[in-house]
Design a protein around this ligand. Structure first.
Ligand code: ADE
Ligand code: ZN
Length: 319
């Protein structure tokens, strides 16, 4: 689906395709516990978020140099452009790399080599959003924000990801306050596997401008009403929800009902190398299986630009 769109929920580490994983493993002398790409793909059967995260973190071992992060981002941007993505707000997980001994600078500089040229090379404008791992401590998040200070000219905002249940947003109050004081935009995953209360907490305690996933808001009509009234965008990821068994099948996805309720929904890919599709594939899937009208699809695309961190003039150019 080549409808022009912005992608607002995309983990760059989740774009690591098996072929590139093996190429980088060979380049860096890393041995993967899989014989080949077919055997690796066999491991892409997930029970829940944690079973996916285990593989996601394991494969990051192949990312070692600036060039690796540059190649990873360029591969994503080329694929995204081919599916109509004109603007991408890209998450990265610094702690997943610094905990392996990499410098934060290696990650940011490497990604920036690709992002800096993306508008001219791929026709995709970009923003970078640094995520804290919520299953790590609040102190580790604060140390990560501190380490990022030399790179803040390249980082637009902060996010919160990884294992959700048992790690409520309020755990990160202090680091989000510090991020806001530095002028960073704020988003957080909430209501993917975690309860609707985590969505409320992300809004009230962390001050987020968008909620990543936010799917479980549908369990709380008062919360849905609030999200509609306050025009809080949700970055939904339909194929991810199916693969991580947050919904039983795509046909059961509440997206049509959420749009009917007046929620500002966007459709995104999350970790496309693992979940069977990039942004356009997600649009195709919801069009085909959920029978969304062309008007609804255009609404989703329009929402993606409106909910982005582009300035008004940039936004109009990107559309
Ligand atoms: N990290 C990468 N993908 C994620 C997801 N879907 N939820 C939480 N953390 C993630
Ligand atoms: Zn995500």
């Amino acid at each position: 689906m080549s409808l022009p769109k912005a992608e607002l929920h995309l983990h760059i580490e989740g774009t690591l395709e098996p072929e590139l994983a093996f190429e980088l493993a060979a380049r860096n002398g890393v041995t993967l516990p899989y014989a080949d790409t077919d055997e690796l793909r066999e491991a892409y059967r997930f029970e829940d978020l944690q079973s996916f995260l285990n593989l996601y973190y394991e494969l990051m071992a192949v990312l070692r140099t600036e060039r690796d992060f540059e190649d990873l981002a360029n591969a994503y941007l080329a694929r995204a452009a081919a599916q109509g993505v004109r603007h991408a707000e890209i998450f990265f997980d610094p702690q997943a790399h610094t905990s392996r001994g990499l410098e934060l600078g290696t990650v940011v500089e490497g990604l920036w080599r690709a992002l800096g040229d993306s508008a001219s090379r791929h026709g995709v404008s970009t923003r970078l959003i640094m995520c804290f791992l919520r299953d790590e401590s609040a102190e580790s998040a604060l140390a990560t924000l501190d380490a990022a200070k030399p790179y803040l000219d390249r980082i637009t905002g902060v996010g919160l990801d990884s294992a959700e249940v048992g790690h409520p947003p309020a755990k990160f109050r202090e680091v989000y306050e510090a991020a806001a004081a530095l002028g960073l935009r704020r988003v957080a995953h909430a209501g993917e596997e975690g309860p609707p209360e985590y969505i409320t907490e992300a809004l009230d305690v962390l001050g987020v401008e968008r909620v990543d996933h936010g799917l479980r808001c549908v369990e709380d009509p008062a919360l849905v009403e609030r999200l509609v009234r306050e025009r809080v965008p949700l970055t939904l990821c339909p194929l991810s929800n199916v693969r991580l068994r947050t919904v039983d099948t795509l046909a059961d996805h509440p997206l049509p009902a959420m749009l009917d309720a007046g929620l500002i929904c966007t459709v995104n890919s999350d970790d496309p190398a693992y979940f069977g599709g990039y942004a356009g594939d997600n649009f195709d899937a919801v069009r085909g299986t959920l029978g969304l009208s062309e008007e609804r699809l255009r609404e989703l695309a329009r929402n993606s630009f409106l909910a982005s961190f582009l300035e008004d003039d940039e936004e109009l150019r990107a559309r």
